[in-house]
Structure formats: structure tokens, C-alpha cells
Design a protein. Structure first.
Length: 314
């Protein structure tokens, strides 16, 4: 533990500090006591690895003492250990949401290596792979994505492939639908009141990347709209990116995200949710044939072949 002191810590440690039952405190106190007997004619010890001092001379109660301090490489190592511990804690909290999330077997199979390349999804593949490859810049500048297009066009697969690539690098990722988030908030509110909702929003904010899948199918109530705004705003204030997928067109989405005034039953034209999303996300249309329809056709043809009915049927 002698190496736990940094230069800043040694300047604040005083001789009036009393050892406690904490072995670290005992170690520090012992080190300072012995430090008064050091040979001050010897040069300060230097770390062989980084070349920075591992000792420091200071005066306490008019007595010169030599204490050990963290060199640069030790400080960096401690910082990395702290970051790993924080990442592990975040993953532990995110894993609590997996029961509600979309991160199942289908999610795990959505990878770039499993991508089915077609002429009409080449641009989407290039966008998704570049997004993952340039993640550090994406994250630093809070660059989100809004992928919109018809059902089955590959939006979810592309966003999940990005998530899996980042997850494999140890990044904290959460893929979930808004309707499921609302279910979590309701469930936690019943158990913990407002504290439960704050916990949910904090967890959503802490994830490095949040994927909101199939936006626009959640309940269209003032309560749901308010919570959706809280979710989007939490990411905005945390300055962390979000990827959103929706089957709605842009104009449809704008209307869908408008809050209905209960008294007048008129749409609120402020568009605060939509405007926040547009501010955070690059809007990308996803075109091309439906993967689901094509898969259905393959399943049909496989069935006819298995039944000996002459191969493909129209």
C-alpha cells in the first residue's frame, strides 16, 4: 500500500493523522514515521518503467521525511483499474434490464459477419460498419442515427450489428424498445415510486450506446409521451448517442411524437421530442426489399421441395 500515495495526497497528509484499524492507514502512518530516517543524500528513486519519481521529500512538523508516491505508470494503472471496475458495475446494472431488452438470441446473431449482402443494402452496411469503426469520434461528438423505412428492410439488424461489435469491445450497450422501457418505469414506480423512475433513466443515460427499436408503436398517451421525452432528454443531457429505428415515415413520425392535449384533444405542435431527436441524430432512410418476405418465400420453396412438389412455386 506504500505506493498508493500520489503527489497531491502527500501534500495534504499531516502528522496529526492517527492510524486506525484500516490497514491502509496503518501502512501510511508507518511509512511516514520511517520516512524521517531515510538517507536524504541518496537521490529520489525513479520508476524503471516510466521514469517518474516513486518517492517524495516533504516536511512535516519541521521534520524532513521521504515517502513513496505513485509514479505516472502506477497512476495510469490505478485509473484503468477504476475504469474497469466502473464498467463492470455499469454492465451489472444494465444486465438487470436484459429481461425487458431485445438482447436475446436473435440479437446475438445480428453481426456484421452474418450480414446478407445485397445490392440494395450496400449503403446501409457501409454506414453501420463505419459507425462502429469510428466509435470513439461518434461517442465524443454524440452522433446518433435515426433509421427509418418499411418493416423488414434491415434497420434493426444493422443497429444490432453495431451494438454487437461495440459490445465485443467491452462497451456498454443497451438495445430496447420504448414500450418495454415504459413497462420498466411502470413496474419500478409501483415498487419504488419516483426513485424507481430515476434509477431507470440514470441507467439509460449511463449506457455508452442506447438503441431504441421500433419507435412509434408505444402507447400514445400524454404519460407515455412525457416519459419518452424524459428518455430522449436524458441521453441528450448525458451527451451520449442513441440509435433509433422506426417503420414510420418522417412526417408520420413527427405527428406520432406530438403530444395530445387531453382537454382540447388537439396535437401539441411544439414537436419537442421530434426536434430533440433530429438535433441528436442523422436521419437515414433505409430502402430495399423486405428480408421477412424473402425469408418467407425461401421457407415456402424449402417446404415444397421437402414435400416433393416440384421446387419453387409462385
Amino acid at each position: 500500500m506504500a505506493e498508493c500515495l500520489t503527489s497531491a495526497q502527500t501534500t495534504t497528509h499531516t502528522a496529526t493523522s492517527r492510524p486506525s484499524d484500516d490497514p491502509e492507514c496503518v501502512s501510511i502512518a508507518t511509512m511516514i514515521t520511517l520516512g524521517a530516517k531515510a538517507d536524504f543524500n541518496k537521490p529520489i528513486a525513479i520508476c524503471e518503467n516510466c521514469g517518474f519519481p516513486t518517492e517524495k521529500d516533504l516536511v512535516l512538523l519541521d521534520v524532513m521525511r521521504r515517502v513513496r508516491v505513485m509514479c505516472k505508470c502506477k497512476e495510469e494503472e490505478r485509473k484503468r483499474e477504476d475504469e474497469r471496475a466502473q464498467a463492470a458495475e455499469l454492465r451489472r446494472r444494465l444486465n438487470k434490464f436484459r429481461v425487458y431488452s431485445l438482447m436475446d438470441k436473435q440479437f446475438e446473431s445480428a453481426t456484421f459477419s452474418n450480414w446478407k449482402h445485397r445490392a440494395d443494402n450496400r449503403d446501409l452496411y457501409d454506414l453501420a460498419t463505419s459507425y462502429a469503426e469510428n466509435w470513439e469520434d461518434v461517442f465524443a461528438n454524440n452522433r446518433g442515427l435515426l433509421l427509418y423505412g418499411k418493416a423488414g428492410s434491415g434497420k434493426t439488424f444493422a443497429s444490432f450489428a453495431i451494438a454487437n461489435e461495440l459490445y465485443s469491445r467491452g462497451k456498454s450497450v443497451l438495445a430496447i424498445s420504448v414500450s418495454r422501457i415504459l413497462a420498466i418505469i411502470k413496474d419500478n414506480y409501483n415498487k419504488h415510486g419516483d426513485i424507481g423512475e430515476v434509477t431507470v433513466l440514470n441507467t439509460l443515460s449511463d449506457a455508452s450506446l442506447l438503441i431504441l427499436d421500433d419507435l412509434g408503436v408505444e402507447y400514445k398517451t400524454p404519460w407515455a409521451h412525457e416519459k419518452l421525452y424524459s428518455i430522449i432528454d436524458a441521453r441528450y443531457r448525458a451527451q451520449k448517442p442513441v440509435i433509433i429505428t422506426t417503420n414510420l415515415g418522417i412526417d408520420e413520425l413527427r405527428v406520432n411524437l406530438s403530444t395530445v392535449d387531453i382537454k382540447t384533444m388537439q396535437y401539441d405542435q411544439s414537436n419537442r421530442i421530434y426536434d430533440r431527436i433530429v438535433e441528436m441524430c442523422a436521419i437515414q432512410p433505409v430502402t430495399g426489399g423486405s428480408w421477412r418476405i424473402q425469408k418467407g418465400e425461401r421457407n415456402r420453396n424449402d417446404l415444397y421441395k421437402a414435400l416433393g412438389l416440384g421446387g419453387e412455386k409462385q
